[in-house]
Design a protein around this ligand. Structure first.
Ligand SMILES: *[C@@H]1O[C@H](CO)[C@@H](O)[C@H](O)[C@H]1NC(C)=O
Length: 113
């Protein structure tokens, strides 16, 4: 007789900090609003990066931007320090569908094995 196992898959709330190595001392940070278009653009790039660099499980969609800080670096450029709230979608990482077309997993999901 088959044993039914109910798995509870909770939506993962990941806090991803994207902080590239900086050999220079950061100068004064600049603070952006989380709904600033520049923040949204940086977050979209970060989510693409995360989806391109994890090789198992499901693609993530951006839920919200928790924190954003922009560090200036010498001689030029800026580092975006982002804290993002991500939701797992139903699209497996090998699914060619763009993440915009993937629905977010329901909060609880029962799986029969
Ligand atoms: C993704 O969704 C958009 C808007 O609904 C649609 O135009 C597009 O064809 C879809 N792309 C794929 C690959 O399904």
């Amino acid at each position: 007789m088959k044993v039914l196992v109910a798995l509870l898959l909770l939506v993962q709330l990941l806090s991803c900090k994207v902080v590239p190595f900086d050999p220079f001392q950061p100068l004064h940070p600049r603070f952006l609003d989380c709904d600033d278009p520049e923040s949204e653009e940086a977050a979209a790039i970060a989510v693409d990066y995360i989806n391109a660099h994890h090789h198992h499980g499901y693609k993530y969609a951006l839920n919200s931007i928790e924190k954003i800080k922009v560090l200036r670096r010498r001689p030029t450029g800026e580092i975006f320090d982002l804290e993002l709230d991500l939701l797992e979608t139903v699209c497996h990482i090998v699914n060619p569908l763009p993440v915009e077309n993937c629905t977010v997993r329901p909060l609880t999901h029962h799986v029969s094995v």
